[in-house]
Design a protein around this ligand. Structure first.
Ligand code: NFS
Ligand code: SF4
Length: 648
């Protein structure tokens, strides 16, 4: 077991080594134990949607096989993929719903621990929902917005408001013609479950249509609502410096790691952990203070808004516990490995679950309710402080961390690229048109022990910025980039091609822009909509010289995200293929023919350099199509002509 083969991150390598020495297992070990993984599952050819089955299709049979009900490989793989989308879209959208509930509570009650922090954004968003702004109190506007947004989840008629006001008109036309305009958030997910029940749809293309509609309800609906309301409620991010990697854990302080996805509790923890009384309590126990750090997307939420350091991304959650200095690991929902339960029991670390949706064997459950947020936060911090004394003397924190700048949003990119007094997307569009920036790429998503941890993200991002492609990043990919120093403005000089370097230096931005958590991929959608609206680069997202990638994806949320980018017209490259390769027609459709329907398509490539080159080629192709790649003709003068010029 060579740690370098598992992770390209030095801090992680050190901790992987320590885990091996201590005989502790982690995700990489368990991955090895799972090998060889089931080929039918990988290819998407196993169905257990009814109890006549499970059925599986042998891809090597000459005569194509079918399940007991007659379902073909294409049907089975399409249904399985749809159910992945349903789960991913549900995770994002249910997160959005929870933020919407907190927002409603903040609006309705005067004694609530939450309040509206960004009134300007409230007004902007309310205006999109056609809510009257002028002459009205903040609370009145917010109450109307709360009602409007809540209705979006379960409405029975019409289509999603956000999908009709945020995307470019040309994009909405594409969806309308294909019949995939999302109607309501929950409905599209329910309809996936219906359509994939035995004996409903078997036409793979018609099944995929519902997948497109559900993921659009995620990206332009549930996720977008989560982002917009979080900005209103917790404050819109602005550029902020932060530290990243396991080295942010401090041996001398009480360490609390917040892990999962939702900002609701963690945002309050940030404020409460600074309370004088609690800090004094920590000092009385011999600690120097209380140190808060994040993990996965909860980290991204609070680092974007408060600059709270991030201890690591998905594959580092077990490594953080292994340091022995985590007093409490506080988790909410999503991407929390069940393995943390038994692992934390080997240490003094208390694993605390807080959501009724997520209880874990081996964890203590302290249920979080928005109406007692501050009280719960204090209770949890006190548990951490008490636990400090129980820490073993032998601790192992790798001394590695990097700094970076996060906090970019659709709204504030205006200011950075346009200058304080010229807030517009014009300079970005102009720099793309004049070729200084060739285009933009969204590099997002998870870690996966099938790839060397972080290597895919970093190799791809470096190749893109070297070729003058501006990168925006979210989720665990953004954390990988930060740990490598790619979110420092100085990274531009070190890694970028000349054009991108010039732009970054002039504007003072890093070449990789952290735009938040995975629900904040909706920010990438709205950035693209703004670039289209600014003009000069076509009239639809599918015209833009842009591409998307998830080089180490693993979660079902990533499938929904990838699919809504494809459905929005973006070429999207992922490393591990979707589990559809056993279904030849479906594979051909999603990686090729679907482009005619929606303007975007999927590609699978494990080598991050090759994948980056595919994205660059696509971007250059779009530039050609826009006619912005014409090299200025250079005329070579002969002696005669030069003399003639000199005379003039
Ligand atoms: Ni996105 Fe963020 Fe990370 Fe993947 Fe999980 S934390 S929601 S799913 S693993 S990027
Ligand atoms: Fe088999 Fe069809 Fe039942 Fe799936 S739905 S398990 S393919 S019989």
């Amino acid at each position: 077991m060579d740690p370098k083969k598992r992770s390209s991150d030095k801090a992680s390598q050190e901790m992987i080594g320590r885990m091996a020495e201590a005989g502790q297992q982690n995700a990489w070990d368990r991955f090895e134990q799972q090998e060889p993984q089931c080929g039918f599952g990988k290819l998407g050819l196993c169905c257990r949607n009814c109890s006549m089955g499970p059925c599986r299709i042998d891809p090597f049979e000459e005569e194509p096989q079918v399940g007991i009900c007659g379902a073909t490989a294409d049907t089975i793989a399409a249904r399985n993929l749809l159910r992945m989308i349903a789960s991913g879209a549900a995770a994002h959208s249910d997160h959005g719903r929870d933020v919407a509930h907190t927002f409603k509570m903040a609006v309705e009650s005067d004694s609530c621990d939450y309040m509206i922090k960004d009134e300007l954004k409230l007004r902007e968003v309310a205006a999109r929902y056609d809510i009257k702004i002028e002459g009205r109190e903040t609370k009145e506007i917010a109450a109307d917005l709360s009602d409007a947004v809540m209705t979006e989840f379960g409405k029975q008629e019409g289509t999603l408001i956000s999908a009709a006001v945020y995307p470019p008109p040309a994009r909405q036309k594409v969806w309308k013609e294909l019949g995939v305009t999302p109607r309501s958030i929950d409905r599209e997910i329910v309809e996936i479950m219906h359509r994939t029940h035995i004996g409903v749809g078997s036409d793979y293309k018609n099944l995929i249509k519902q997948g497109l509609r559900a993921c659009l309800a995620d990206g332009w609906g549930g996720s977008l609502i989560a982002t917009e309301l979080s900005d209103i409620l917790f404050g819109s991010p602005s550029p902020i410096r932060f530290g990243a990697n396991l080295g942010v854990l401090d041996e001398k302080q009480v360490n609390i790691v917040v892990h999962g996805h939702e900002p609701t509790l963690s945002d309050i923890i940030v404020a409460v952990s600074a309370e004088g009384e609690l800090v004094k309590m920590a000092k009385d126990k011999g600690a120097e203070g209380i140190n808060l750090a994040g993990m996965c997307c909860t980290a991204n939420e609070i680092l974007m808004r408060h600059g709270i350091p991030v201890a690591g991304n998905f594959l580092q959650q077990e490594l953080a516990v292994m340091t022995g200095v985590v007093e409490v690991m506080l988790v909410d929902v999503q991407c929390i490995m069940p393995a943390l339960g038994s692992l934390s029991n080997c240490f003094h670390t208390k694993l605390i679950t807080t959501s009724p949706k997520c209880k874990i064997a081996g964890a203590e459950h302290i249920e979080f309710h928005e109406d007692r947020a501050v009280e719960t936060a204090r209770q949890i911090i006190k548990i951490a402080i008490e636990n400090f004394e129980k820490r073993e003397s032998k601790v192992r924190v790798p001394k590695m961390m990097e700094h970076g700048i996060a906090g970019f949003t659709t709204e504030n990119i205006f200011y950075h690229l346009g200058g304080q007094f010229r807030a517009s997307y014009r300079p970005l569009n102009d720099n793309i048109i004049n070729g200084r920036i060739r285009g933009a790429a969204g590099v997002v998503g998870c870690n996966n022990p099938k790839q060397v941890h972080d290597y895919g993200h970093l190799t791809m991002i470096k190749e893109l910025i070297k070729n003058n492609i501006l990168v925006v990043s979210t989720g665990c990919s953004a954390i990988a980039a930060a740990k490598e120093g790619l979110m420092r403005p100085e990274a531009a000089a070190k890694y970028c091609g000349k054009g991108l370097h010039e732009v970054c230096e002039t504007v003072g931005i890093p070449p990789v822009l952290h735009v938040g958590s995975c629900v904040d991929n909706s920010r990438i959608l709205t950035i693209l909509a703004n670039v289209v609206a600014e003009g000069g680069l076509g009239d639809d997202i599918s015209d833009l010289p842009v591409a998307g990638a998830a080089p180490e994806w693993m979660s079902e949320k990533a499938v929904s995200i990838g699919m809504y980018f494809v459905a929005s017209g973006v070429y999207t490259v992922i490393a591990e293929p979707l589990p559809i390769l056993g279904a030849p027609n479906l594979t051909r459709y999603l990686t090729d023919e679907i482009e005619k329907d929606v303007g975007g398509k999927w590609a699978f490539e494990r080598d991050p350099i090759k994948a980056a080159r595919m994205m660059i080629e696509h971007i250059e192709g779009k530039r050609d199509a826009l006619g912005i790649n014409v090299e200025k003709e250079r005329k070579l003068y002969d002696m005669e002509e030069r003399r003639a010029l000199a005379v003039e």
